[in-house]
Design a protein around this ligand. Structure first.
Ligand code: ADP
Length: 455
């Protein structure tokens, strides 16, 4: 039950809402990026036929400026077009391309230097792509992140840039990003609101695990989640009825069994002395004890049964358990290095679990043999109550069975028992969200450990 609880809690902690939110987040970011790059691509892709037309236009314009260019005309047209232009004479004698100096510039900012031109595409590409013949050689590229077109008329190189700085694209992305975040937040609240019944069901299951078999999930709306909430209420109600019926039946059967037993005890008391009288008495007492244990075991197996949890020091618990063994006190060796360590337990039930283990340690050992109790805190902070004996031990096959109700391994040993001690012990420690572990070597002894989770 404990494990189930933790699992369901973890499952819910990896919240559905958070996962949906994350999904939407990733989806939106991906979508924004795809859109962004798609737009980016369609505006800058060299395959745009518009680029080819533009190239043709530049080429035509530069051819009209003459060779050498008519700087008056250049200035007029360039101003009209809101562009910058730098003209450099091409020195054919040196390495084919060199820039001996600026011949002319118009509006060209001084930070535009032809040496820094980075070429992206050239006009010959358009010819192959679209079959558009462009008279002069044109190159597209950038200088200092500014888009620049270079037209080469053989003698001069014309550096043309548009007198306009587009807003940084990162701003667009930032805007899209903020929009996406707002969208995600909105969506998260919407989902949260819409899936509120899931939250209520989660709370209900947690309450159920805490022992609440009565309260109901509030039904919101009329959709599938409302149906589910309704069914869950119904299911919990049915479980409750079933459990109560079972418990009631056991109570009634025990009562019916106890009445004849009481009468038998009375009759035995009135019977004259007989050699089998004590044996008969013992058998009746045994039956009586068995009924009591059965009822107790059933109460513990009621899932979600409530514990009266309080803080105790380990010293107090060991003290209480030892008080239950006034005659065997000297036979128990206690090793408690954590006497002041606090544990959160139902004192009566937990002491009973420890007592059952100690009982067994004595029962399944040689008379007068010792038993050891050791308390430790393990790495993860859990507390271990170890009960060790050097008795007859348990075979490997039986270890897994001895916590089952009524299972008794060592039938040959003349001990009294119902086979319920370890069943009860296991139920008690599990209701504390801990566990019982058993290791044993036949003929050498056994070690029983109650693992109690830290507070
Ligand atoms: P009971 O002792 O009443 O038979 P338990 O549930 O306490 O019932 O134990 C179940 C069985 O497990 C016992 O019958 C016994 O065979 C075995 N067992 C329990 N504790 C020990 C132990 N310390 N050493 C050896 N065998 C044990």
């Amino acid at each position: 039950m404990g494990n189930l609880r933790i699992k369901s809690k973890q499952r819910f902690q990896k919240s559905l809402f958070k996962r949906l939110g994350l999904l939407v987040f990733v989806f939106t970011i991906t979508l924004t990026s795809v859109l962004y790059y798609q737009l980016q691509y369609s505006f800058t892709a060299p395959d745009s036929i518009l680029d080819a037309h533009e190239t043709y236009y530049y080429s035509e314009m530069v051819s009209k400026w003459g060779n050498p260019p008519d700087t008056n005309q250049v200035s007029k047209e360039i101003n009209n077009l809101k562009m910058w232009c730098g003209i450099f004479k091409r020195d054919i004698t040196e390495l084919g391309i060199a820039y001996p100096g600026k011949v002319y510039w118009s509006n060209l900012p001084s930070n535009i230097l032809p040496e820094e031109f980075i070429q992206f595409h050239k006009s010959s590409e358009f010819e192959t792509m679209y079959g558009i013949k462009i008279p002069l050689k044109v190159f597209f590229g950038e200088i200092n992140t500014m888009s620049v077109t270079v037209v080469d008329n053989g003698n001069y190189l014309f550096y043309l840039a548009i007198d306009y700085i587009p807003p940084a694209e990162i701003n667009n992305l930032l805007f899209a990003f903020i929009l996406a975040i707002l969208f995600i937040i909105g969506l998260y609240f919407f989902i949260h609101r819409y899936l509120r019944p899931v939250q209520l069901m989660k709370n209900r299951i947690e309450a159920l695990e805490e022992g609440d078999l009565k309260s109901k999930i509030e039904i919101i709306g009329e959709d599938e989640l409302a149906d589910l909430s309704y069914s869950m209420n119904q299911l919990i109600m049915d479980i409750n009825i079933l459990l109560e019926n079972k418990h009631q039946l056991l109570l009634e059967v025990s009562h019916e069994l106890r009445s004849p037993l009481a009468r038998m005890q009375l009759l035995i008391a009135m019977m004259p002395e007989h050699k089998n009288l004590t044996k008969l008495k013992e058998e009746v007492e045994f039956l009586e004890g068995m009924i009591g244990n059965l009822l107790f075991s059933d109460r513990l197996s009621l899932p979600y049964s409530k514990l009266d949890l309080q803080k105790f020091s380990t010293q107090d618990i060991i003290g209480k358990v030892m008080d239950m063994f006034p005659t065997n006190r000297d036979r128990v060796k206690i090793d408690n290095n954590i006497p002041d360590k606090q544990v959160y337990i139902d004192e009566t039930k937990f002491s009973l679990a420890l007592r059952n283990l100690l009982d067994n340690a004595f029962k399944y050992s040689k008379p007068q043999a010792n038993a050891d109790i050791k308390l430790t805190v393990v790495k993860n902070g859990d507390i271990e109550f170890q009960v060790k004996d050097s008795g007859i031990g348990i075979s490997k096959d039986d270890i897994n069975k001895i916590t089952q109700p009524f299972f008794q391994a060592n039938q040959t040993v003349s001990t009294k028992g119902f086979g319920l001690g370890l069943t009860i012990c296991k139920k008690i420690i599990e209701s504390h969200k801990g566990r019982l572990s058993i290791s044993s070597e036949p003929e050498e002894g056994s070690l029983f450990i109650l693992h109690l989770p830290k507070i």
